[in-house]
Write a protein that binds this ligand. Structure first.
Ligand code: NAD
Length: 468
């Protein structure tokens, strides 16, 4: 597909203006896509509102069947979608193929939940029922790290539970979402799904629109806060999946050789551009040197470059702004710690940063305290486990964390003390569509995935009947 169109109010449209999309591996424009205006938002919301009035009365099984057809369409267009993801996002093609497979799996899984009427009380004189009803029109606003997967895991539960949806991808990665719109245009009822491309300017038009009932947002914490403010006036339902600064604590009994690949993999997955990536590593002094060496070796041997090229294992950072941000975090880390892998970006086109590992850092360094969202891992040595737990918890973020140990009971005791929505033991970043993610602190609000996450696309209504 080289002619991209936006699905707006049931029609595939060219848009009144356009936007160039840059391949982060080369810095070249590889696609020009339609860009929406305020009027498109108004038209899309009005069409969604009308379409949802009919859709909410369609039987759950029929709604699910439509969502499963979307999953089928994703599978049929898998290679085209994967190539688009690599070109716009940068991740290596095999990983982009995996993103497409995940998108299909999430699409099916999240549509499979059923919410029958629940009887809360039943006596001779009274019956109380809980009904789960659709909310109306959902606005889904997403970031650039998984442009297809995140789009799909919002569209699927929204439609399956009887809502309409308007999706707004990130301006630097709109292509996979546009292809999705084009391949599902004849599958979904007209107007039920719209896909609006902007240049970071149309989010507020959605989040303040009186006919949007819910905003499902994935992105940074500052934008999440802006959305809360914008949505407050109309008291919209909000699910906010925001930034993270996941800490991992390695206990003194851990085997450095055995755990290094797992730590390395979850720190550098998608070149570190994952909300639930491992972002700071606290290692007990007894295993510190050996573990640092193991991780440094893995990082130095990794091939970073153009995700379209054979043999490349890690792609570039997705956009220029993020590339510069990550490099500035690395500069501060270099000044305060010891670089044991990477550290210098090559002088060539593209946003490639070699996998960088910096040890001997301390809390108080921005690279440790903040979320760089790129291919750099800061390592901190600790002596006292309570100090490491305090450091891990001393963050405004609370998405995930992990504990690494050869003793699962000990690890579980530490896991219980971490203030995060998810804690992994001897792994990090593992996720599945049926397991919900509920961030703590400023990492977000509400829940995504699993039955709990799908429920957030519904309104709870109690019917309380006097039978006497
Ligand atoms: P971002 O917040 O800058 O942008 C995300 C989306 O919000 C984009 O579509 C953008 O156009 C839109 N947007 C920007 N300003 C807006 C406004 N005022 N109102 C409404 N929408 C607006 O985030 P990003 O840089 O694209 O993504 C990186 C961040 O996303 C990281 O912090 C990362 O941790 C986070 N993230 C979180 C999760 C999660 O599930 N918790 C997943 C992926 C990424």
């Amino acid at each position: 597909m080289s002619q991209y169109k936006m699905l707006v109010a049931g029609k595939l449209v060219k848009g009144s203006t356009s936007l160039d999309v840059i391949n982060p591996a080369t810095e070249e424009v590889f696609a020009t896509v339609p860009r929406a205006c305020q009027e498109d938002v108004i038209v899309a919301v009005a069409a969604a509102k009308s379409a949802q009035k009919l859709w909410k009365n369609v039987a759950e099984s029929e709604r699910r069947a439509v969502v499963y057809k979307i999953a089928d369409a994703i599978a049929e267009h898998a290679e085209e979608l994967a190539k688009a993801i690599t070109l716009e996002q940068g991740k290596v093609l095999d990983f982009a193929r995996m993103e497409v497979q995940f998108a299909e799996a999430f699409c099916r899984s999240l549509a499979s939940h059923e919410f029958p009427v629940k009887v809360l009380d039943e006596t001779d004189t009274n019956r109380v029922e809980e009904h789960r009803n659709p909310l109306g029109v959902v606005a889904a606003i997403i970031p650039w790290n998984f442009p297809l997967l995140i789009a799909v895991y919002k569209i699927s539960p929204a439609l399956a539970t009887g809502n309409a949806i308007i999706l707004k991808p990130a301006p630097t990665t709109p292509v996979a979402a546009l292809i999705l719109g084009q391949i599902i245009a004849d599958i979904v009822p007209k107007g039920l799904v719209s896909i609006i491309v902007d240049n970071n300017d149309l989010g507020p038009a959605l989040t303040s629109h009186p006919d949007i009932a819910k905003v499902s947002f994935t992105g940074s914490t500052p934008t999440g806060k802006a959305i809360m403010k914008s949505a407050a006036n109309t008291m919209k339902r909000l699910t906010l999946e925001l930034g993270g600064n996941d800490a991992a604590i390695v206990l003194d009994d851990a085997d450095p050789k055995a755990i290094a690949p797992g730590i390395f993999g979850s720190a550098f997955i998608n070149s570190g551009q994952v909300c639930i990536a491992l972002k700071r590593l606290y290692v007990h002094e007894s295993v510190y040197d050996e573990l640092c060496d193991e991780i440094a070796t893995l990082a130095k041997n990794a091939v970073v470059g153009n995700g379209m090229e054979e043999g490349v294992q890690f792609g570039p950072v997705q956009n220029k702004e993020q590339y510069e941000k990550v490099l500035s975090y690395i500069e501060e880390g270099k000044a305060q710690g010891t670089v044991i892998a990477g550290g210098e970006a090559p002088n060539q086109p593209g946003y490639v940063i070699p996998l960088t590992v910096i040890k001997d850092l301390h809390d108080g360094c921005s690279l440790v305290d903040e979320e760089p969202f790129g291919p750099v891992l800061p390592i901190v040595k600790y002596t006292d486990l309570d100090d490491a737990i305090a450091s891990a918890n001393n963050s405004k973020m609370g998405l995930g964390g992990s504990v690494w140990s050869s003793n699962l009971d000990r690890a579980a005791q530490v896991a219980a003390q971490l203030d995060t929505g998810t804690v992994w033991i001897n792994q990090h970043s593992a996720f599945s569509p049926h397991i919900h993610m509920a961030p703590a602190k400023e990492s977000g609000l509400g829940t995504e995935w699993g039955e709990e996450g799908v429920k957030e696309f519904t309104a709870c209504k109690i019917i309380n009947i006097n039978k006497a």
